[in-house]
Design a protein around this ligand. Structure first.
Ligand code: NDP
Length: 292
């Protein structure tokens, strides 16, 4: 089975579009997420374009704030404070990575936790690990769980292996799988005999950032494979000069896996769609606070 993230995202966005219309009728305004892009990194610009397109599709009021590559850390922090204090703004997303002279930790910590649609603020990370239902859950991990559930993949009691231990993907997805009663292993660059560890997995999540690294040898027959990786590799036949591939050798893996996500069209679209879902969560939470 191919788990089609693009198709699922589309149907979830269609549902959210109706929800946004209903929210606008109820509260007199639409959710408003603000996306901040610093500099002109082509990959970041392309991700931001996708996010803005999705906000428009869902009927949000949000917009893009662009700052130059050489803007100071203080300028960015001032902008975040301005948006934190703007009662009409429900979500703030700073596109990462930031230029080297700006501290990402400082910037993430400056975002008001209740507007942190990415779910990266330490307060939201703590809430996630403490099982607080008001946590804003990072979009990629959240999208992976939604995909697995919608695809009807049984999770309770299954062995899950997550390759990668970043704060934005590996660790939170492992926590969410644990919450679904999987028995979870987190593997990383120091894991010994990674193929054998991966072959134990009923659910294998690859979040490494190494093109096509997980070959057939890493996959247990019938396993569910979730490929988070987005890697650009040179392709002279493509008009852009490159094509996108995952961390999994898809052509080989799809012959062995029971279910697999493609790249592109798998986890990527779900990430953006969960950003829309988090924006609605932030909006409703803020409206409830205002009216309580
Ligand atoms: P990071 O670079 O932050 O983390 C990569 C992880 O992979 C690290 O924990 C690292 O281990 C581990 N790793 C690296 N090399 C190996 C190896 N040879 N064997 C085993 N483990 C290894 O990446 P991210 O988590 O931010 O992203 C991972 C991938 O997912 C990237 O391709 C990124 O572009 C993509 N991505 C996709 C998203 C989507 O929406 N689809 C969203 C976010 C990311 P160690 O800790 O030991 O260094």
């Amino acid at each position: 089975m191919i788990i089609d993230g693009k198709k699922l995202s589309q149907s979830l966005k269609d549902e959210m579009k109706l929800e946004v219309e209903a929210l606008a009728r109820q509260y007199g305004r639409k959710p408003c997420p603000m996306v901040i892009l610093v500099g002109d990194n082509p990959a970041s610009r392309s991700y931001v374009r996708g996010k803005i397109k999705a906000t428009e599709y869902c009927g949000f009021d949000g917009t893009l704030v662009e700052l130059p590559e050489d803007c100071s850390e203080q300028t960015l922090l001032d902008e975040i404070h301005r948006l934190n204090n703007d009662s009409q703004v429900d979500g703030i997303l700073v596109q990462l990575p930031l230029p080297k002279h700006i501290s990402e930790d400082k910037v993430i910590a400056a975002i008001a936790p209740e507007k942190d649609v990415d779910g990266f603020h330490p307060a939201n990370v703590a809430k996630l690990w403490l099982n607080d239902p008001t946590a804003i859950v990072p979009c990629t991990p959240k999208g992976i769980i939604v995909m697995l559930e919608k695809a009807g993949i049984e999770l309770a009691g299954k062995k899950a292996v997550v390759v990668g231990r970043s704060n934005i993907v590996g660790k939170p997805v492992a926590k969410l799988l644990l919450d679904k009663n999987c028995t979870v292993t987190i593997a990383h660059s120091r894991t010994v005999n990674l193929p054998a560890v991966c072959r134990e997995a009923d659910i294998l999540v690859a979040a490494v950032g190494k093109p096509l690294m997980l070959t057939a040898d890493y996959i247990r027959p019938g396993a569910t494979v979730i490929d988070v990786g987005i890697n650009r590799i040179p392709d002279s036949t493509a008009t852009t000069g490159y094509r996108l591939v995952g961390d999994v050798d898809y052509e080989a893996a799809k012959e062995i896996a029971g279910a697999i996500t493609p790249v592109p069209g798998g986890v990527g679209p779900m990430t953006i769609t969960m950003l829309m879902r988090n924006t609605i969560q932030c909006f409703i939470h803020r409206q409830n606070q205002l009216h309580s």
